[in-house]
Ligand binder design. Sequence first.
Ligand code: F6P
Length: 359
Amino acid sequence: MSKKIGILTSGGDCQGLNAAIRAVAKALYEEYGNDVEIYGILDGYSGLINGEYKKMKPDDFSGILTLGGTILGTSRRPYKLMRVIEEDGIDKVKAMKDTYNKLKLDCLIILGGNGTHKTANLLSEEGLNIITLPKTIDNDIYGTDITFGFQSACDIATDVIDRIHSTAYSHKRVFIIEVMGHKVGWLNLYAGIAGGADVILIPEIPYNIDKIAEVIDKRIKNGKRFTIIAAAEGIKSEAESKMSKKEYKAYLASLKNPSVAFRLSDELGKITQCETRPVVLGHFQRGGSPCSFDRILCTQLGMAAVKLIKEENYGNMVGVHNGNFVPVPLKEVAGKLKQVPVDGELIQGLKDMGISFGV
Ligand code: F6P
């Protein structure tokens, strides 16, 4: 039986998107041969709304296993506005359904993170056949042990922390390295562990600047020449964490430099009298080729997605549970966040070996 499958990548890009797209395509061609048509929806949900797509050929999927970014393009579309008719007068939900129906798709495969999954669930509830794959460097998608992109970004952040060690030692400096992660700290936690950071600050644990200064002082007293602080971009001080959303937004807008690395660098420099330096990794973390772990993960996720298509088991994300690839209902994934368990064994164990979380 012939199949028409759409593929769409949405939200912030990361390594492995093309590797996953390739795996889906290869498995589909192998299963259905000439009886499958694959449509690439361009630039995320924008392409689905505006009817911008491309009929793909097998050649389009060649040589992309190692390619960074996404051959389909991506965009961020706030979920909150999906049902809101804006100035352009477009009913976005209807427009997405129209594109799906016009192409007579049997299934739309969506590769994305948290925001993407809310809209994917919406489309599933609207009756479209949806399968998703968990993508994000943040590793914060509920219902899966791991997301693709995370390990590649972690390797890059780890490499930066490694390299900063030598220059920090030479100059007797305190470095604050800002790693991505607004709401969750998985990436910074793992890169911080792998890179041997002395202080690891994550959004789940509000920090106390005086406690960080104490760590620096203690290290100096113990004859250490430098201190490495890995800070997730979304960390808040204890006082900031007590602000309402509105107050915090206004507070950030009032700052000369909202980057946490720069703020901490200034504050810690004043308190400790040490020479401090901020390093902001930014989008470096999402660029370039996927690491081998992500290439393998994406290949397995793509294969699992096609298995679900064969079974017509729609309305699911492919999740990874203890090494198995399992369908997880989209309604269980959408709107939830997988945070670092602050009372878990890992954090406690790290504290027990002297790593500070700034508290
Ligand atoms: O969600 C992935 C992520 O890279 C976050 O870690 C980061 O805070 C955000 O995207 C950056 O978004 P943008 O690419 O829109 O600047």
